[in-house]
Design a protein around this ligand. Structure first.
Ligand SMILES: [Zn+2]
Length: 444
């Protein structure tokens, strides 16, 4: 990065590539040449299988979407205090309601009414700098803050109940599973997992109180005396996932018929990295259990930025449909293709997404101008580098694809209305919201 302009000296301007000595290298020259003069004819369509969207599949009747936002706030004055403000939202919006909105000029009052009737949000705050927690030590205080935030009484503790449902795999009636194994946050002792349905235990080694939320491992993002912004963003990611699964859990417990007719949309990939990946096997177990008894969970994540989006944009002009009205097509990306062509990794240690993903990458070219990178679950991980490669591998893909045209946004490129709306709720500081249970009224 060039120096910033000071008061007396003018700033350094960014040097042009042409001034670099390394240009003597033949390979560097090739790179620079392609950067400056892209050769469109050298881009070829990658060797992947495309499937036409099934035009006879029925669109889903109901939609839930979740999203989160993160704001970093700093005080003025001395000492400078900093906090991270996290908000997550869950929204129910049905395709028939979306059709009533003017796609080009949606009326703000109409949108506001829709949101207040059908959205629920959660907010909490994390100390980042120069904020003390009185009467207790820092680590314990932060762990308690995370525990209390999850149990947010405004949401009747519903996302917390969902976390418990996932941790103890409560969909398996009759089996009382323990939680996944984890490390004591205070003394680092290996704990075999908490007993079915417990909220708190005492560490057998150091006698500290351990909360159910400690299993997630958010405290690992903290340093000695401060929380980091990564703690807040990890909390947001876990919480928005639990918000969406709250809708799934509710319908699983109350009404399988409606559950099968619902699209669950998540802003972002179906991925939990690092210590959070210990929840991934449980999520996969649920989705495949539901499938095994004939309950298709239509779950879909949309990646709006990142490697896969850039990759798709780079060659989408070579892929059908090239004309308006031509059939939409999708392509599941195999683990092998992702490693070699998208990530360009040689000899990766694990198969792609093996530990972290509960959805596979699927490209969708809806129309010449609507490109989507979606994540769709397969249930259990398909441990084969040539998978997924069939439409049957992706759970509920046909009805998910049939629903997309009903919820396309014309305000932004490759955007979906429910994600746009839930994004609006999650990023506004104050919004009227319904109670969680109200979201489920009128479903039959
Ligand atoms: Zn301990």
């Amino acid at each position: 990065m060039p120096y910033q302009a000071g008061q007396r000296l003018s700033g350094e301007s960014a040097s042009k590539l042409g001034h670099l000595d390394v240009l003597n290298s033949e390979f560097v020259n090739q790179v620079v040449e392609q950067f400056e003069h892209p050769d469109a004819s050298s881009i070829t369509s990658p060797d992947i299988d495309w499937f036409e969207v099934d035009k006879f599949a029925r669109p889903l009747k109901y939609i839930f979407a979740s999203d989160g936002s993160l704001q970093h706030l700093a005080s003025s004055g001395n000492p400078k205090r900093e906090v991270s403000f996290v908000k997550t939202a869950l929204m129910r919006i049905d395709p028939t309601k979306i059709e009533q909105i003017d796609p080009d000029y949606p009326h703000p009052n109409q949108l506001r009414k829709l949101m207040s009737e059908s959205a629920q949000h959660h907010a909490t705050v994390f100390p980042v700098k120069n904020i003390r927690i009185h009467g207790t030590d820092w680590l314990y205080g932060m762990r308690k803050l995370i525990y209390d935030s999850f149990r947010d009484p405004q949401l009747d503790g519903e996302p917390y109940k969902t976390l418990k449902w996932v941790v103890y795999q409560k969909w398996e009636e009759g089996t009382k599973s323990n939680s996944p194994a984890f490390e004591c946050p205070e003394c680092y002792a290996e704990l075999p997992g908490m007993k079915y349905d417990t909220d708190q235990i005492e560490c057998p080694e150091c006698q500290s109180v351990i909360f159910l939320t400690d299993i997630i491992g958010l405290h690992m993002e903290m340093s000695e005396d401060s929380a980091s912004e990564t703690l807040a963003s990890a909390y947001m990611m876990i919480h928005e996932t639990m918000m969406l699964f709250t809708a799934i859990r509710y319908l699983w417990q109350k009404n399988h018929h409606v559950l099968k007719e619902t699209l669950f949309l998540k802003d972002g990939p179906l991925t939990l990295r690092g210590q959070y990946s210990k929840l991934v096997p449980n999520l996969r177990n649920f989705i495949s259990k539901a499938k095994s008894i004939g309950v298709t969970i239509h779950l879909c994540g949309q990646e709006k930025t990142g490697k896969f989006v850039d990759f798709f944009k780079g060659y989408a002009h070579l892929v059908e449909p090239l004309e308006k009205g031509a059939p939409s097509r999708f392509s599941p990306l195999t683990h092998k293709f992702i490693h070699s062509e998208v990530q360009r990794k040689r000899d990766p240690k694990y198969p792609y997404g093996f530990r972290t993903n509960y959805g596979e990458k699927v490209l969708l070219k809806q129309s010449p101008h609507h490109l989507f990178v979606l994540n769709i679950p397969t249930g259990q991980y398909l441990d084969n580098e040539n998978k997924p490669n069939r439409r049957e591998d992706l759970i509920g893909v046909d009805r998910i694809m049939a629903t997309i045209p009903k919820i396309l946004s014309y305000r932004h490129e490759s955007a979906l209305v429910p994600i746009e709306l839930v994004n609006g709720i999650a990023s506004l500081s104050n919004y009227p919201s319904a109670t969680v249970l109200k979201l489920f009224s009128g479903l039959e």
